[in-house]
Design a protein around this ligand. Structure first.
Ligand code: ZN
Ligand code: ZN
Length: 153
C-alpha cells in the first residue's frame, strides 16, 4: 500500500477485482489464458491508478514478491494490448507508457520525464462537439502536455 493514487485501499481493491475479472473474461474470449504474469501486470496497473512504463511495472511486481523476467512483462503487455485490455502511449522521453483501457480516459504527458496522468473522459468529452465543429477533426483522443508535479518541484 501507500502508492495507490486514487480512492481508498478498499475501493482500489474492489476495482482491482473488477478489472481482473474483466481481464479474465476478455482473455478467455480471445482464446488466451489468464496467466499469472498477465494478472500481475494488470494488478500493477490497477494499483497504480494510471499509466506506467514497462520497467516500472516490472519493479512493482518484484516489490510485491513476484519473480517475473522483464521479457515476460513485455510479452504479457503485448498480449494484453492486442486484445484491448491495455493500451500504450509513447512519451517524449521515448518510452512506452502502458495503461488500462477499462476506464475511458485521455492523457496528460510530462514533457520532461514522460510521466503520464489520466484524465477521466467524461469531463473532457463534454467539450469535444465544439472542437469538432470548430476544426472538422474527428477526435479519438485528447493529449495535453506540460510538466508533472515532480518536475515542477
Ligand atoms: Zn491511457
Ligand atoms: Zn515530469
Amino acid at each position: 500500500m501507500g502508492r495507490t493514487t486514487t480512492g481508498t485501499p478498499s475501493e482500489a481493491g474492489a476495482r482491482a477485482e473488477e478489472t481482473l475479472a474483466h481481464c479474465r473474461d476478455l482473455l478467455r474470449r480471445n482464446g488466451g489464458r489468464c496467466t499469472q504474469s498477465r494478472l500481475q501486470v494488470v494488478r500493477a496497473l490497477v494499483e497504480a491508478g494510471g499509466h506506467l512504463p514497462a520497467r516500472v511495472i516490472h519493479e512493482r511486481i518484484l516489490a510485491d514478491g513476484g519473480s517475473l523476467e522483464m521479457s515476460t512483462v513485455y510479452r504479457a503487455l503485448e498480449r494484453l494490448t492486442s486484445i484491448g485490455i491495455v493500451h500504450s502511449l509513447t512519451t517524449a522521453a521515448g518510452e512506452n507508457s502502458y495503461g488500462l483501457v477499462a476506464e475511458p480516459h485521455h492523457h496528460l504527458v510530462c514533457r520532461d520525464c514522460g510521466a503520464v496522468a489520466e484524465l477521466p473522459a467524461a469531463r473532457v468529452d463534454a467539450m469535444l462537439p465544439e472542437a469538432v465543429d470548430l476544426t472538422g477533426f474527428e477526435v479519438d483522443t485528447v493529449l495535453l502536455t506540460g510538466r508533472c508535479p515532480r518536475c515542477r518541484a
